[in-house]
Design a protein around this ligand. Structure first.
Ligand code: SAM
Ligand code: SF4
Length: 349
């Protein structure tokens, strides 16, 4: 199958040393339990650290997984491979008109599996009732600044009010916790304390993510990165922060208490404090290929099996083999680091 990205390689994984275990093991002692499913490459924003101005090349409609196919794959993951949670992402998942059908098909195939969504929030206020009815449990919404002009420059779209309406709808619907993810760029460093002040007032959990070299334009540089240390210094000008560690060892976010408030703030230091050793993720692209890691270009296409009449056991075996080939880590902070061919919007963050 053409997965539309030149240079993406189907891995040949030697599984002769793999223990006979049903889970998604790799050669470095990790087991994946957390599934990210990208459902589209399309997006309503063009964040400079993610998408090119013109958007990503369109995936042919016939290559996109259907709700029934996504449901079947997630069902296999939950039932046969030890996956404990699924998160739908993209691109922007709300760009799929059939997102509620995807959730409903997944809920039917994997009844007890928690389902979460990572979204930019645009249009969420209108879609939320249908998504909740289909079984949505949690949402993470991305917002990098509450300065409207800076937001428009960073995302190349003047849509801050729509994002705020999406966040308010999620909070009003009682989704707990509503997590807000922010990627900090040098040009918005001065907005970080305002964003935290807003999050404390709005009662949402703010988590900053270090910018990874996954922008489609390829302009990321280590020198321009706002790392956790610089961010903490910027927040420290307005807030007193007390470190409280991680709420769960496999979570990449380190937490700080915002002293004098009930709020915490998280930092995901994806570049400078690599969490590869504890990584428990497995990913599916919108075309149905397993990616064992955000970085690295190996992809195991499951769609030919899915559409070629393979049974669940054969699909589960191919998924296990893909994860057995997972690399030890990304080495993003080293000069020898090679960025992957797909950008973040084409992988699913
Ligand atoms: N469109 C949705 C959104 O923005 O939440 C879902 C897809 S987006 C790729 C998922 C997450 O990846 C977002 O929180 C976004 O901020 C983050 N992201 C995108 N590019 C990134 C980069 N280069 N480094 C770190 N995080 C990035
Ligand atoms: Fe779209 Fe999300 Fe990428 Fe921003 S981060 S361009 S909202 S996919």
């Amino acid at each position: 199958m053409n997965i539309g990205i030149p240079g993406i390689a189907r891995p040949v994984v030697d599984t002769t040393d793999r223990p006979d275990d049903a889970g998604l093991l790799d050669r470095f002692g990790r087991t994946a339990h957390d599934l990210r499913v990208s459902v589209t490459e399309k997006c309503s924003l063009r964040c400079t650290y993610c998408m090119p101005e013109e958007g990503l090349p369109a995936i042919a409609r016939r290559d996109l997984l259907t709700p029934a196919e996504i449901g079947r794959l997630v069902g296999i993951a939950a039932r046969d491979l030890g996956v404990h949670e699924v998160r739908f992402t993209g691109g922007e998942p709300l760009m799929r008109a059939d997102l509620a059908d995807i959730l409903a098909a997944t809920r039917a195939a994997a009844p007890g599996l928690p389902m979460a969504l990572t979204t930019n929030g645009i249009g969420l206020d209108k879609r939320l009732p249908a998504l909740l009815a289909a079984g949505l449990d949690r949402v993470n919404i991305s917002l990098d600044t509450v300065d409207r002009e800076h937001f428009a420059r960073l995302t190349r779209r003047d849509r801050l009010p729509a994002v705020l309406a999406g966040i308010a709808a999620a909070r009003d619907a009682g989704l707990e916790p509503v997590k807000v993810n922010a990627v900090l760029m040098r040009e918005t460093l001065g907005d970080a304390a305002d964003l935290l002040g807003w999050a404390v007032g709005a009662g949402v959990h703010l988590r900053f993510i270090e910018q990874m070299p996954l922008d489609a334009d390829g302009v990321w540089s280590r020198e321009s990165l706002i790392d956790a240390e610089e961010l903490l210094a910027a927040l420290g000008t307005r807030f007193e922060l007390e470190p409280i560690g991680r709420d769960d060892p496999s979570s990449p976010a380190e937490l700080w208490q915002v002293v004098g408030t009930p709020a915490t703030v998280g930092i995901i230091a994806s570049v400078t404090r690599s969490f590869c050793r504890d990584c428990d993720r497995t990913r599916l692209t919108a075309e149905g290929s397993v990616r064992s890691c955000l970085f690295g270009d190996d992809e195991m296409p499951l769609a030919p099996l899915l559409r070629g009449g393979a049974d669940d056991a054969a699909i589960a075996d191919a998924w296990r083999a893909a994860m057995w080939g997972k690399q030890a880590g990304h080495g993003m902070d080293r000069s020898t680091f090679q960025r992957p061919i797909r950008s973040m919007g084409a992988i699913g963050g």
